[in-house]
Write a protein that binds this ligand. Structure first.
Ligand code: SF4
Length: 215
């Protein structure tokens, strides 16, 4: 049915989003066209091996886990990603997609739960946010802001209000850039503003080595 370049497939617990803490199989696809300052998956920019879609499905099935996330890199860069997502849904999995927000999400199978970044100023990739994606967000989706400074926080707050995001999606997620901003500062700002968002820490970085792969 087609080949994709796959960086890694592994099982762990989901470390982020409203699905955090649940066992999950991760399919990490190779390539990304962004270069966020805080990126922790640079190894997925180029490394990978070609796999048939059916081979990926079989590997995912082998874990016996109902939840699967397709991530990257940027998964939507590969045309085979859309059929893979549909095939995983057809096979009965609960399917999550992590995407940078720089590519069209409108053609993703509607059964998929999309977790979309809106890149903040300190990421260095704020200009790549695809404005047209906002209208395609639904109550199945989650929007994530990675906050590295007070400026990022204020930008996030503005975006949330401007697009009424809390009313549009299942959850708005705020994550600190690991080591750049104190989690307590972000939580304090959120409480002061009564921001209708969910603070999160990347759970997998506390369970495993912060720079470990395949976790
Ligand atoms: S979009 Fe994700 S994978 Fe790509 S550079 Fe940014 S953080 Fe890294």
């Amino acid at each position: 049915m087609g080949k994709l370049t796959v960086n890694e497939i592994y099982q762990s617990v989901q470390g982020e989003s409203t699905w955090a803490g649940l066992p999950c199989v991760f399919v990490r696809l190779t390539f990304c066209d962004l270069r966020c300052t805080y990126c922790d998956t640079e190894y997925a920019f180029y490394e990978g091996k070609k796999m048939e879609t059916e081979e990926i499905l079989e590997k995912v099935r082998s874990y016996g886990c109902a939840l699967v996330e397709v991530t990257g890199g940027e998964p939507l860069l590969q045309p085979g990603c859309l059929p893979l997502l549909a095939m995983l849904c057809d096979a009965g999995f609960t399917v999550l997609l992590e995407t940078s927000g720089a590519h069209d999400i409108s053609r993703v199978d509607p059964r998929v739960h999309r977790i979309m970044d809106l890149k903040t100023p300190s990421s260095g990739e704020c200009g790549r946010n695809l404005a047209g994606n906002i209208v395609h967000l639904t109550p199945r989706d989650e929007v994530k802001f990675v906050v590295g400074s007070r400026e990022d926080y204020e930008w996030t707050r503005w975006q949330m209000r401007e697009h009424d995001l809390a009313a549009k999606v299942k959850a708005v997620l705020l994550s600190p850039v690991f080591g750049k901003v104190a989690p307590a500062d972000i939580v304090t700002w959120m409480l002061e503003d009564k921001l209708p968002a969910r603070f999160q820490l990347q759970m997998h970085k506390f369970i495993w080595e912060p720079r470990a792969r395949g976790v």
